[in-house]
Design a protein around this ligand. Structure first.
Ligand code: GLA
Length: 426
């Protein structure tokens, strides 16, 4: 039978009225078409994330303040007993079909490297887990999260794969282990030197909260955001982050090099985040000008993220907004990871009067802008931003608003559950 054509990749502007249960119902049907076979199918959801404060701080050991969004990856899984592993996606014609005992040892360059990395990480963690996974499974991916837009589809896939396999095979993973597995997959198998923020933001998500994560010691706490007063909007510039991977890795290297120089003057500093502003002021001339700009961003962004935390705790929305705008300026001028479209969106959001602040989110170099908007002003801010962007670039940017998410979870078949009735993992 001819394989049905693949779905278009999701846009932020897609209708949001489809409840998750109904969307997963559709995913279950695609599963039966794309990966036919006998046996029970279970479906799971894993969110994406948006970062509000702490831009490019995670791999420098700094604090970050992301929140999950209720757009993410859909999973449908069925256990097998013949050792076969099939991975397919509603967005791609490329599928993986292999055997648990003979998985690729190195990345293939295909989208399924992410789940394969997770399977490999789990299989090498404990013999008991490896033995269970050896039975094999069929797993279909899909979802409603834009890809390559800075909303962390990769962490959504990796943490969600770990969650789905954990639930389906009863592997007994702790939430921390699921996050560690996701990181292992991305760093060790896919080969991206990503920081810890994204899998933590996905794995430890809580609705109506942002995650305060200290990336030096991995401690975290959930801070409430008052959604009666404020809304989090995401605007997609529609510009794919073509250079993002190479430029991202270059920033990681530049920060490591800046720290190598500065640490000589900062006894006890373990990461760039530890370097005091006074040390940077005094020894800036020892750095190449580009490295000095990167270090300046990190040192000031660390301070700013603490200011934002305090403002959040006392409900000072004006300060939060101002921090966002300052962060964007720093990412644009010092970290040089913005783009004209992102700059224009931020300016439009702020000048609209509806937004308290706005900044690029994720790695930058394209993708999305996040804006903080007074509750009730969502439409005005959206219109102002979209109209101005359309006048400049000839297309209307998709905008969506979020209030956090509860993290990876099983979504039950609608026949057996009430809407919103989901099994939340331990
Ligand atoms: C990407 C990375 C994250 C983080 C952000 C920048 O999204 O995956 O680890 O470094 O960029 O804040």
């Amino acid at each position: 039978m001819a394989r049905p054509t693949t779905d278009p990749t999701p846009s932020l502007g897609d209708a949001r009225s489809v409840p998750l249960e109904a969307a997963l119902e559709g995913h279950r049907e695609r599963f039966a078409d794309l990966l036919p076979g006998p046996g029970r199918c279970r479906t799971f959801f894993s969110p994406g994330r948006v970062n509000l404060f702490g831009g490019h701080l995670d791999y420098n050991g700094g604090p970050v303040l992301p929140t999950a969004i209720d757009r993410g990856t859909f999973f449908a899984i069925r256990l097998r007993d013949d050792g076969r592993i099939r991975l397919a996606s509603t967005f791609s014609d490329e599928a993986f079909d292999g055997h648990a005992g003979d998985l690729p040892a190195t990345r293939t360059g295909q989208w399924f490297d992410y789940p394969l990395g997770v399977v490999r990480a789990l299989a090498s963690s404990e013999p008991a887990r490896s033995a269970r996974l050896a039975d094999g499974f069929d797993l279909l991916f899909g979802g409603n999260l834009p890809v390559g837009a800075g909303l962390s589809s990769s962490a959504s896939i990796c943490v969600g794969t770990a969650f789905s396999l954990d639930a389906a095979f009863d592997l007994g993973l702790s939430p921390e282990e699921r996050v560690a597995t996701a990181l292992d997959a991305e760093r060790g198998f896919v080969g991206v030197q990503c920081g810890i923020m994204d899998p933590f933001a996905v794995g430890f998500a809580k609705p109506r909260h942002v995650l305060w994560l200290d990336c030096k010691d991995e401690s975290y706490e959930h801070l409430p955001l008052d959604f009666d007063r404020v809304a989090i909007g995401v605007v997609d510039s529609g510009v794919q982050r073509a250079l993002a991977r190479g430029e991202f890795n270059r920033r990681v290297d530049e920060c490591a090099e800046a720290f190598r120089v500065l640490r000589q003057h900062a006894p006890g500093a373990a990461v760039l985040r530890d370097v005091p502003r006074a040390v940077l002021d005094e020894h800036q001339s020892a750095l190449d000008p580009v490295l000095a700009r990167r270090a300046r961003h990190v040192v000031e962004e660390v301070e700013r993220t603490f200011v934002a935390r305090d403002a959040l705790l006392r409900g000072d929305l004006e300060t939060l907004g101002r921090c966002m705008v300052e962060t964007h300026a720093s990412l644009r001028d010092l970290y040089q990871c913005s783009s004209p479209e992102l700059d224009d969106l931020v300016t439009a959001a702020v000048e609209s009067g509806g937004a308290l602040g706005a900044r690029l989110t994720g790695a930058g170099f394209g993708g999305c802008v996040v804006m903080l908007v007074h509750a009730g002003e969502e439409e005005r801010a959206t219109e102002a931003v979209a109209r101005r962007f359309e006048a400049q670039y000839g297309r209307r940017p998709p905008v969506a608003f979020f209030q956090g998410d509860s993290g990876p979870r099983e979504v039950l078949a609608s026949g057996g559950s009430r809407p919103g009735d989901a099994v939340i993992g331990a």
